[in-house]
Structures are given as structure tokens and as C-alpha cells.
Ligand binder design. Structure first.
Ligand code: SF4
Length: 255
């Protein structure tokens, strides 16, 4: 989606980066440096992408066998050798997807959409919010469900809530939902079999946009970007260039 030159674009990833580690935000969005080459053959990454892709195909096709086959093809690709058949990661991906199928079967919808992308501009506040939603279901004409699939072990609840609220705005905008529609937004962790649920109405979407505008103001006014070493360093694309990087950080230290 092309960026409106006069509007400050916010995405869930940009917001997460700003609040997790300002130095990472600086590297990504302000430094002008090319994004470092990423090793795409890392098991958690491959598993997450494989399962998300298969869930997308399942929503689109409503055919479990087709989606299973696509998962298998993805995992058999040479560039995904870390999760090839015969590895623990392959079994893990298959197991997670079977949980996804159970979740899919439990969703009784009139209609479903996979991966809706949207851009919500707010010119008078100088901001636009861009987001992608994993799945949207219409339960009835006045009740929709937005789902964000999760496959990781670690989840930041605050970040999940913001992501769900932005997903709610995205669904309202792309599907042009009326004032009377209420939306259940779910962060559905297939690994832990847990759901984080938010019941949202139109006024909540307005409040989310206000919050995004306030964040955009702060991001644009910020001039210092200190490093915040922590669990995010393990997954930071810039760690080889960051002297403060701490990949030995123990997740338990933060709890
Ligand atoms: S390696 Fe860690 S401290 Fe450095 S920019 Fe990335 S997240 Fe921040």
C-alpha cells in the first residue's frame, strides 16, 4: 500500500518497535540503512509463517486437505530445511496446524475472509493506520469476529491488545461495518490454546484512532532513541550492528 506523503503512517510493527526498543525503531525507520539480510531458515519463523499461510488457505478454501497439503509443500521447500519432514519443527508445525483446524471448525460463520489489508487515513490529525487482519468472520449482520492467529510461546498482552484494536479498525473500514455492528477481536494462540478476547464497538475504533494519533505525535517529536536490551534482542534484525544487544537475556528476568 503506497504511503500518503503528508501523513505519518503507523503499523502495529512500527508501534511495537517504538515501544519495545527505540534504538530498534531508529534502525528500522529512521536510520536510512538497508534492512539487514535475514536468515529465513530459522525454525520459529518458518513454523509461524507456515501455519499462518495454511490458516489463510483454510479460510479461503474451507478445505482442510488442501490447506494441509499446502503446509506440507511449504515445509518441504529447500529454503525451509530447518522444518523439513523428519525434524521436530516439522512435527510442531503440523501439530499447530491441526489445532488451527480445530479452531476453524469451532467458528460457525456466515462468511469468512482471510488476510484483509487496510489503510485508515485521518488527514486532519496527519496520521494513517495500516494493518492486516488474519481472518474476519461474519457471525450475523450485527456481529463480526476478527482473529489474529498466534503461534509463539511468548506473548506481550499489551501489544496483543493494541494489535486487536487496530485489527478492529481495519475490519470496520474494509468491510464498511455500520454503527450498530459489534466486533469480537480474538488473539488466538494455537500453541497455548489460549484466547485473548476484546468486545469492541464503534466508539472503541474512534478511541483507537485517537491513541494512534497521540502515538504518531510522540514518535515524530522524539529525538533520542536509547537501546532497551531485552528478549526482543533475540529476534532483532539489527543485533549484529547494536553494541547494546543482549541475546543472552533470559525471558524469566522480565516476569
Ligand atoms: S539488538 Fe536489542 S538493544 Fe539493540 S536495537 Fe535490537 S532490540 Fe534494541
Amino acid at each position: 500500500m503506497s504511503e500518503s506523503p503528508s501523513l505519518f503512517r503507523i503499523t502495529p510493527a512500527k508501534l511495537r518497535s517504538f515501544h519495545t526498543c527505540m534504538k530498534q525503531y531508529w534502525f528500522r525507520y529512521l536510520s536510512g540503512q538497508s534492512w539487514p539480510e535475514r536468515d529465513d531458515n530459522e525454525a520459529p519463523l518458518v513454523i509461524g509463517k507456515a501455519v499462518h499461510r495454511a490458516m489463510h488457505i483454510l479460510t479461503q478454501s474451507q478445505n482442510e486437505d488442501v490447506a494441509r497439503q499446502q503446509l506440507d509443500i511449504y515445509l518441504r521447500m529447500p529454503k525451509h530445511s530447518c522444518a523439513a519432514p523428519g525434524t521436530e519443527s516439522y512435527d510442531e508445525a503440523r501439530e499447530l496446524f491441526e489445532k488451527g483446524i480445530q479452531a476453524h471448525r469451532s467458528l460457525d460463520a456466515e462468511e469468512s475472509w482471510a488476510e484483509r489489508e487496510t489503510l485508515a487515513p485521518w488527514p486532519s490529525r496527519g496520521v494513517e493506520v495500516s494493518a492486516r487482519v488474519d481472518r474476519v468472520d461474519r457471525k450475523t449482520s450485527s456481529h463480526y469476529v476478527v482473529i489474529d492467529w498466534k503461534t509463539g510461546n511468548y506473548e506481550d498482552e499489551d501489544q496483543t491488545d493494541i494489535q486487536l484494536d487496530i485489527g478492529h479498525v481495519a475490519a470496520r473500514r474494509t468491510l464498511r461495518l455500520g454503527r450498530e455492528v459489534h466486533v469480537t477481536a480474538i488473539g488466538w494462540n494455537l500453541r497455548k490454546d489460549e484466547q485473548r478476547v476484546r468486545e469492541l464497538v464503534r466508539a472503541d475504533a474512534q478511541a483507537t484512532m485517537e491513541l494512534m494519533a497521540a502515538n504518531a505525535d510522540r514518535m515524530q517529536r522524539t529525538s533520542e532513541f536509547p537501546a532497551t536490551p531485552g528478549p526482543a534482542c533475540k529476534f532483532c534484525d539489527w543485533r549484529s550492528q547494536c553494541p547494546e544487544s543482549d541475546v543472552t537475556w533470559d525471558d524469566n528476568e522480565g516476569s
